[in-house]
Design a protein around this ligand. Sequence first.
Ligand SMILES: Cc1cc2nc3c(=O)[nH]c(=O)nc-3n(C[C@H](O)[C@H](O)[C@H](O)COP(=O)(O)OP(=O)(O)OC[C@H]3O[C@@H](n4cnc5c(N)ncnc54)[C@H](O)[C@@H]3O)c2cc1C
Length: 404
Amino acid sequence: MTTGGGGDMTVDALVIGAGAAGLFCAAQAGSRGRRVLVIDRAAKPAEKIRISGGGRCNFTNIHTEPSRFISGNPHFVKSALARYSPVEFLNLLKRHDIAWREKTLGQLFCDGRSELIIKMLFDELNASNVEVRLGVKVSEISKSGEKFRVETSHGTICAARLIIATGGLSIPKMGATGFAYDVARQFGHAIIPPRAGLAPFVFSGAKRKEFAALSGISCPVRAVVGEAAFEEAMLFTHRGLSGPAILQASSYWREGEPVKIDLFAGADGVQQFKIAKEISPKKTLLRALEERFPKRLVAYLAEKNLILSQQGGSRLADLPHAALEEVANALSDWRVYPSGTEGWRTAEVTVGGVDTRDLSSKTMESRLVPGLYFIGECVDVTGWLGGYNFQWAWSSAWVAAQAI
Ligand SMILES: Cc1cc2nc3c(=O)[nH]c(=O)nc-3n(C[C@H](O)[C@H](O)[C@H](O)COP(=O)(O)OP(=O)(O)OC[C@H]3O[C@@H](n4cnc5c(N)ncnc54)[C@H](O)[C@@H]3O)c2cc1C
């Protein structure tokens, strides 16, 4: 790994972007005997791997399947995921003696720090004699004949294969740029407008104040946006709502749409009230709810008339079935209208990107410009929370590496 490095050079393949996808693709292509160079404008490589998964990198998910990805073409991911699956990546970790564990919902994390994954990638790169140059800015890309000519702050690089792996727009503070989209447009590719995904919701006006007062409360919910539904925790924050269920829902959300929150998290609320009434008929409705949900949340919901506030003090035995049903329905179909998401500042991923229509799903090569490849997050493929985005980075990088 060098900072800057200099001089004009010619390689078989130039990878722009030293993140998960770029490094992995370069190592794999290098191991196939290709002369590969990786450049990145940042001073440090793979920063997103380093901070991912709370510092332990949630590097894949054992439930990886096409339905866990958002894309204009839901079939696009199939080939790459089938050819390089989580099992292949686990085999690689085994060869590097990296221990891991499943946390929840099939999410696999390193036992140690995320840096182990970065070290593994660099060990692979070194074994394949791949050079990584950091702090290199690209000023112009052109193609004449079979070769790409890339003008950089450290000289001209010529390559027959150009692999764009510069990621999406999330977390500009960490160096995210729209570089991949600019290159794609330059060569005639369409872009699905990028939006912030896996981002907390923010609210304005009264709701913002109300939720701020509840901040810190977390409870399991089922969050639904359109056809997409996620059963996980929801967290009230000073600006709105967060937590895994909400982050997942945000990737599907469009401005103006409601988010439906089922506080029973998919369970049958009516049935739960029925059982509570049978077991403890003297218990008041409020008390029963306080045993089920956080107290401060119950007080808020009562204030908002979601739970028949005037009857909250009534004993369950005195409440007719219809009244309990009304409460259960209100709590399982609570609709909130975010004013937006926290946006690129905190979004974990970018939804949208280089349109898959003009990319080969088998190799990630452009159908418009032979020798040009797009891999990783810059492509219009976005995984759910839980290791799916890194799996896409590995899978798309691997298939490209077999073709270059
Ligand atoms: C806080 C956070 C936590 C996350 N945790 C997880 C997790 O646990 N599991 C999971 O699956 N996903 C996680 N993700 C998402 C995951 O990090 C990304 O999907 C993944 O890193 C994408 O890999 P990539 O190689 O395509 O892009 P990146 O990893 O973003 O790499 C792109 C590289 O390109 C470089 N670059 C950008 N612009 C230019 C330019 N103009 N010129 C040259 N180089 C450039 C950047 O410096 C960077 O090194 C997380 C994301 C964030 C922000």
